[in-house]
Design a protein around this ligand. Structure first.
Ligand SMILES: [Zn+2]
Length: 325
């Protein structure tokens, strides 16, 4: 039976009323942020940024740059800051190639207190099971990158995974002898590193490698030491001319260190080497148009680097729908 114009109008009004009612019924004040998950297709790679939380870094922890320049650069970027310091994201990255899952860094888990340690829950929110992760690549052995090898109960978080740590970082951070001679503020990190890798070492699933060694799924580790003795960045070829550089801790203060790559983080183990590595990674990423994923860049920390004279600028990626399968 044909619908009369009058009943069409009535139906349209009813639908509008329902929509208004539904809208009124769902209006609320958000109690928490949406899950810290972001997907980016890079060639054949399905990359998922996983938010762990934020830490506060004091602006005074920037060295090799005068305070006036720091203030000007921070003001230009409106970096959130409270009494504890500058808001600094902690990110990890899951890279899927076909059925192979590689996780680069694992977040802080229980090591940095409340508000962090969200990598595992965000991994699940992204639709992945931790037990499906094939390889965990660590950029270095600091607690905000490897504590997440263990879950909240202190159990192995990635039971199927092989864990990869550079030989130079393993030699330094897993050795109690180096703890005794380390600067006092860094000493807490040694036990955390040993504890995080211990069950994997016992199970025979901890692998030490040198930059240049063959890594799973065609990943290449680039030497970018300086922040730690064995810090590495991972170059991952997505095909179709697309490359991703998961660069770890090349930058801690994004508002300052792209414009002033010569500004160091106090906690860098070798500042001169850290500056050289920062310049090299930024120059390569900019010259080749690589995607970059940064552990302490504002979430999701995926984007590109642009050269600006002798310095650089960060160009965040744009929100994009995923290509249809
Ligand atoms: Zn870090």
């Amino acid at each position: 039976m044909p619908i009369s114009p009058t009943s069409r109008v009535a139906a349209a009004l009813l639908l509008a009323a329902c929509a208004a009612f539904a809208h009124a019924g769902t209006m609320h004040t958000p109690q928490q942020q949406v899950p810290g998950v972001y997907h980016q297709q890079i060639g054949q790679l399905q990359v998922t940024a996983l938010f762990d939380g934020t830490v506060a870094l004091g602006r005074q922890e920037l060295v090799g740059i005068d305070a006036g320049a720091v203030t000007r650069l921070l003001d230009h970027r409106y970096v959130p800051e409270d009494s504890k310091g500058l808001q600094t994201a902690v990110n990890a990255y899951l890279v899927q190639r076909g059925n192979h899952l590689t996780l680069v860094d694992t977040g802080t888990a229980q090591c940095f207190g409340p508000g962090l340690g969200q990598v595992l829950s965000n991994l699940r929110a992204a639709g992945y099971a931790p037990s499906d992760v094939d390889d965990v690549l660590l950029t270095h052995a600091h607690p905000d990158h490897l504590c997440g090898l263990l879950d909240a109960q202190g159990e192995v978080a990635f039971p199927k995974a092989m864990v990869w740590l550079s030989k130079a970082d393993a030699d330094y951070w897993l050795d109690p002898a180096s703890e005794a001679t380390a600067p006092q503020p860094l000493r807490f990190a040694f036990k955390l590193a040993r504890d995080a890798v211990a069950p994997y070492a016992t199970a025979g699933t901890l692998r030490r490698f040198a930059p240049g060694d063959a890594l799973p799924a065609g990943v290449t580790a680039l030497d970018s030491h300086g922040h730690t003795p064995g810090h590495v960045s991972y170059a991952i070829d997505g095909g179709a001319g697309q490359k991703l550089l998961v660069w770890g801790d090349i930058v801690h203060f994004h508002a300052v260190q792209f414009a002033r790559p010569d500004a160091s983080y106090e906690a860098d183990s070798d500042r001169r080497a850290a500056i050289a590595s920062r310049r090299r990674m930024m120059a390569e990423a900019a010259a080749n148009g690589w995607w970059v994923a940064g552990a302490h860049l504002p979430f999701p920390g995926l984007g590109h680097v642009r050269r600006e004279g002798d310095a650089f600028a960060w160009v965040p990626g744009e929100f994009a729908p995923l290509p249809a399968k």
